[in-house]
Write a protein that binds this ligand. Structure first.
Ligand SMILES: Cc1cc2nc3c(=O)[nH]c(=O)nc-3n(C[C@H](O)[C@H](O)[C@H](O)COP(=O)(O)OP(=O)(O)OC[C@H]3O[C@@H](n4cnc5c(N)ncnc54)[C@H](O)[C@@H]3O)c2cc1C
Length: 248
């Protein structure tokens, strides 16, 4: 983990209150899928966490959904702005030994899964993606997933694009689901709860985005309880956990 001075190269609207930020960082080593960076914002004492969504050499992509003042500040920045980043943080995710793998994205949860798709692609692991969101406008990164995945399935709650319904209603009806060896999911907690109920008997790795304090394991603000009764820190033990390992 290191502190970096980054330069914002591009800030573009992706969907309603969702922004794609490309930043330039020099001297950055390997970053594992699931790892994240903490951004200083001028409005808050605590940094704000964002997963790496894509990488092209020293250019890093982040996807930011505006939910409060820190994300609003980031969304308002223009190219050339300087950013103070701490990272890469977290353990990231373990990679599968074989495929096919399915990525399950709820809304802006697509962000960290895109970088995972790129890494799986580099390792020649077959990967499919099911991207779900409330509406067509909220479905993001479909084209990017399309260039990396065997198949991309789209779903919206209101039926404005792709299948109509929740991701967890559609997943069991897809013919390829039974062949999938492991699932990687990022989205709202309700999606994880519903995924657990589906009981696929295959590993489901959940990218948690709990409210976070320090991001470095000191404050315990992001702790989640494991099924063995022990607590795990999302920032340093995660943020990716086997759904079977944690209580929701
Ligand atoms: C490991 C990790 C990776 C993340 N990756 C991304 C990402 O790639 N893209 C992205 O848009 N966001 C991501 N987040 C969430 C992001 O960190 C928060 O949305 C951000 O910190 C909110 O800051 P704020 O100052 O705008 O909002 P605040 O003023 O802090 O909060 C505004 C509202 O949002 C709610 N909120 C704040 N943080 C969270 C959270 N973590 N989960 C749920 N609700 C929250 C608050 O309860 C409040 O209602 C990630 C979080 C973690 C822990």
């Amino acid at each position: 983990m290191k502190k970096y001075q980054a330069t914002l190269l591009e800030n573009r609207l992706l969907g309603p209150e969702i922004y794609s930020l490309w930043v330039k960082i020099t001297d950055l080593g390997e970053v594992k899928p699931g790892q994240f960076f903490e951004f200083a914002t001028d409005t808050r004492f605590l940094r704000r966490a964002f997963s790496l969504s894509d990488r092209d050499g020293d250019r890093l992509r982040f996807v930011v959904k505006v939910v409060g003042s820190g994300t609003r500040w980031l969304a308002g920045l223009s190219a050339g702005s300087k950013l103070d980043l701490l990272g890469p943080l977290g353990e990231g995710t373990r990679m599968p030994s074989s495929g096919p793998v399915m990525l399950l994205a709820g809304g802006v949860g697509a962000a960290p899964l895109l970088y995972l798709a790129r890494k799986l692609n580099e390792q020649r692991v077959e990967v499919d993606a099911l991207l779900a969101a409330g509406t067509k406008e909220e479905l993001i990164l479909a084209e990017e997933f399309g260039s990396l995945c065997r198949e991309v399935i789209l779903a919206t709650d209101d039926g404005s694009c792709g299948h109509k319904g929740y991701l967890t209603d559609i997943l069991p009806t897809l013919p390829g689901t039974k062949d999938i060896q492991s699932f990687y999911a990022c989205g709202p907690e309700a999606m994880f709860v519903a995924l657990k109920r589906l009981n696929f008997r295959k590993p489901v790795y959940a990218f948690l985005e709990s409210r976070m304090g320090c991001g470095t394991g000191l404050c315990m603000g992001c702790a989640v309880r494991g099924r063995d009764g022990r607590y795990r820190r999302v920032c340093t033990d995660g943020p990716v956990f086997d759904l079977e390992e944690i209580e929701l």
